[in-house]
Write a protein that binds this ligand. Sequence first.
Ligand code: SF4
Length: 313
Amino acid sequence: MKFKMAEIAKKYSFELKNVKTVLNKRKGERSFFMEDYTLNPYMGCSFDCSYCYVNGSKYANKTSSLTVKSNVYELLRTQLKNKANRGERAIINLGSASDCYMPIEEELGLTRDILKIINRFKFPVHIITKSELVLRDIDILKKIQKSAILPEDILIKHDFEDEICKLKAIITFSFSTTDDKIAKIFEYKTSPPSKRLNAIEKLKKEGFLVGVALMPILPFLSDSEYSLNKIFSDFKKYNVDYVLPGSLTLFGENTNHSKVKYLSLLKENYPEIHEKTAKMFQGKEYLSKIYQKKLNGRVYKVANEFKIRTSII
Ligand code: SF4
């Protein structure tokens, strides 16, 4: 098993590393991703989106340092067994810091094995991804949807049997645009948005709660009312359950950092908006509060018009 893992990791230029823990506990209130714990089977992300917040931020040096957490399976089994024995119930979020359905996953199947353990100990799961490879695991996700036990606070707040069942296996697809041409520039290693939309359709037909993390919304490319209308009408067509919006952040000053990577692609492909975008991020990583307030206003207006909620439940 370990030998096979090492071989596959090498083929995809990943390193193997033993870690001390695999579940990171949420600090503070339940976020809009609803997680109690985050779990990332891999470190770094081979999708390498130009705007990825991990590039240059305090969360990691760069997404191109790729690692398989080689002991994740054994550790998780022990940790979940202990939690289940204590009666602890928790939503586990997969894919918060690196996509758990990168190309290596197709061959390694680590995320699939993890889902099997999660199902064995009856924990609910929330997957965030940009890849249609998640469709491979519909069989296990269905089992989770059937038998997972939700945390008490969620059961108390929501007493509709049908909705409750759906909260046991949530799938969120991340988008910055629904335009394949724009995505090809800034996130060219991921499944194109059109494929993600088709995956949403399939998962919806299977009865899952499926939504979108519209993050990051790209200034001048996907943030106008016109663009948002187009994006939300695409989401509506595919019957998404919710859209979680978020604005762009750009970190760092080195060539492999998101600010430099994103702005240089912008200069090359959309020179007319390069300067004004660069100005918005001059000396800072976040867009101004005024911009964010106006963006939120547009997003919530459009979401309202399309009758799509901006939270999971
Ligand atoms: S898929 Fe997500 S984690 Fe991976 S590079 Fe893109 S934004 Fe970063």
